[in-house]
Design a protein around this ligand. Sequence first.
Ligand code: UDP
Ligand code: UDP
Length: 463
Amino acid sequence: MSKTTADTKSLYPHIALIPSAGMGHLLPFLRIASTLLSRNCTVTLITAKPIVSAAESSHISAFLSQHPQVKHVDFQTIQSHNPTADDPFYLQYESITRSAHLLYPLLSSSSPPFSAIFADFFVASSITPMAAELGIPSYIICTTSIKFFCLIAYLPVLVTDPAKLGNSSTELIIPGLTPFPVSSIPSPFKNPNHLFTRCLVLNAKEFSKAKGIIVNSVDFFEKETLEEIKNGRVLENSLPSFLPIGPLASFEIKKDKGEYMSWLDNQPEESVVYVSFGSRTAISRDQIREVSKGLERSGHRFLWVVKSTKIDKEDKDELKDLLGGSFLERTMNKGMAVKGWVSQEEILAHPSIGAFVSHCGWNSVIEAARQGVPMVAWPQHGDQKVNAEIVEKAGLGIWERNWGWADQAELVCGEEIGEKIREVMEDEKLREKAKKVGEEARKATKIGGKSEKVLKELLELLQ
Ligand code: UDP
Ligand code: UDP
């Protein structure tokens, strides 16, 4: 007997996905989209335009051409005439929030109707109340760690008393949670008028109205925080349930294999240190020079993604100008420096990779965890110091706390960088621990694994 439309609707949920801005937000959404499709869900992807980075545009196009069954809504946002910050990603969060009401007709009249809306935590303040009005269950997608998300949830209280962050050598106590070193709290949180802070405060006030918070994390990896939440004392139990479904698997983008992959193919097993600071962190020229010294001093092979601007479209510098011709010549047989987008998941999965020097963006952390690659945590901004502590506690890497935020004047010198790289590359115990993290992380998404069960139960609930 053939299925009727009504049968199909009741069997498989239709889910609207609403990411915010930046690859660190888009990629987990595309990964969730691909996971949902593999479980026969109908997916509508709603992306804001204009798009900030070239990487976002190319990934959306590639994803849609590979998954033609996805309904795509290109959503024109209302731009500010009087922008209050120069960070285009922050401005995009603000534009989406300002324009979200325009989505009302779409969300209310979709066919088949939406079973749920999954919205980025940076746009929750506008989407969650609208979903409630329409009677559509809404879930928040958290693209950072559970621990940092709890800090965001506490922000509305914190901004009323910024003196709590006055002394960087003390700790911030959030009810029910292991204390946060004040030095790990991003500096914009001291300023209630900073756009980053304002956006997050606005969103945090709506977190409790969501049905759940879906996270790209694995329960064992953030055991401490999840246990504290389970005890019911975190923020007076005001947050919806956390649903760890990670590590999210990458979706395939079929394109030519980068030259760096062929280079990796020719390197011995676990001999290469991979260095990258993610998709939106510019490293100063002086710091780039110190990294180059550090890599040379470490004596190890390296693959280094060099990035000197926040937005990829503005990245016009040549490698030769950034690194100097003599460095490139001297290290020709030992390493490879590249510019532009690389396939990080493929790199981390390559047998020649022995360590990862990372800014600890949450996606990078979870990708390293999934592949069991030991890390040198070098947080630069935002959530990254909180994430670095999780890396350390999970046994996935080391974190030198004396290395400050990127916006602090002091450079990390090449000598120290070289030393940390050697430490991680030559620590067999750490390598073993990291491999165990990888095994456990991969187990979680197999049938019957912890994350797989969470996802299965969620989708059953939405049917
Ligand atoms: N990424 C990549 N190639 C690059 C730069 C970044 O594949 O050249 C991916 C990386 O694997 C991760 C995401 O982009 O999935 C960046 O997110 P993350 O949270 O690590 O850091 P952010 O870029 O948001 O600071
Ligand atoms: N940033 C990031 N992830 C975060 C927070 C910030 O990648 O969670 C980036 C952001 O895009 C910007 C930079 O960090 O490029 C600056 O952040 P910072 O916390 O230093 O604040 P700001 O410099 O805007 O005052």
